[in-house]
Design a protein around this ligand. Structure first.
Ligand code: SAM
Length: 246
């Protein structure tokens, strides 16, 4: 029922449709079923790859949320950094700009079209390495990265994929390294957007309300419990940054 609603809304809003089964047959089913209109269709990439649109989706908070995620990693980021999943807008270009000499940025995404889009955006950069991987089953060795960032991915994942993604993000970071999550959060009860966002998320992003009900730390498995946890909420609690130190 939810899917039917989201199909109708997005097809009429964006003016395109696609046979979801044939498009990107090798990406996870939830992406094909729920998010084809946002991430898999070529016209979706064209439509959403606009700074003002991503900013509007986040109620004007994109730059602020981007910068607080980046600031958590520093102005001059050294060592090896992992970005889990591509993001529309200038998140990755800005992250790449902060790489110190000799540092390396790996960006993984499960959708080939998103990696192609990223490549177009960043051009040839010798220290940025896009790679096709599923966040839930990363191919990197344990403790490969000095820091990892997961920007607005968790709310798009079904529960089992989300738990696996949090585990993988912790596994691949070195002891003492940070994992920075930025995502939705339950706003304070008197927040005016609360009553707008609930039906929007319920209709278009069926897994997102889990972030309203559960703490990100609840998805960290026992074998990767963080040495330190910092949680900050923003914009009346609608967004959160959670920094876990392994
Ligand atoms: C980071 S999230 C959304 C970020 C934000 N809403 C934006 O403006 O782009 C979207 C990306 O996650 C990717 N993605 C979804 N599930 C994934 C998974 N299991 N592994 C890797 N990438 C995934 C999608 O292909 C898409 O490129």
């Amino acid at each position: 029922m939810q899917k039917t609603v989201s199909m109708t809304v997005t097809e009429s809003t964006l003016g395109y449709s696609v046979d979801r089964k044939e498009e990107s047959p090798d990406v996870p089913e939830y992406l094909r079923e729920t998010y084809w209109w946002a991430y898999l269709h070529p016209r979706a990439v064209k439509f959403f790859e606009n700074q003002w649109i991503v900013n509007m989706i986040l109620w004007g908070n994109f730059s602020r949320l981007r910068d607080m995620a980046l600031d958590e990693m520093g102005e001059n980021i050294s060592g090896r950094t992992l970005q889990v999943a591509c993001v529309y807008g200038d998140f990755t270009p800005k992250l790449a700009q902060r790489m110190a000499p000799g540092a390396r940025l790996d960006v993984v995404d499960v959708a080939p079209i998103q990696l192609e889009n990223l490549q177009r955006k960043i051009g040839k950069q010798f220290n940025v390495f896009p790679d096709r991987q599923n966040a839930a089953t990363l191919s990197f060795d344990d403790a490969t990265f000095d820091q990892t960032v997961v920007f607005f991915l968790l709310h798009e994942l079904p529960a089992d994929v989300r738990a696996a993604t949090v585990r993988e993000a912790m596994r691949v970071v070195k002891p003492g390294g940070k994992v920075v999550f930025v995502d939705y959060h339950r706003p304070v009860w008197q927040h005016p957007h609360r009553y707008i966002m609930k039906p929007i998320l319920k209709t278009l992003e069926p897994f997102a309300l889990d972030l309203w009900k559960t703490e990100i730390t609840d998805w960290v498995p026992d074998d990767f419990q963080p040495a330190n946890i910092e949680k900050t909420t923003y914009f009346g609690g609608l967004y959160q940054k959670v920094v876990l130190t392994r």
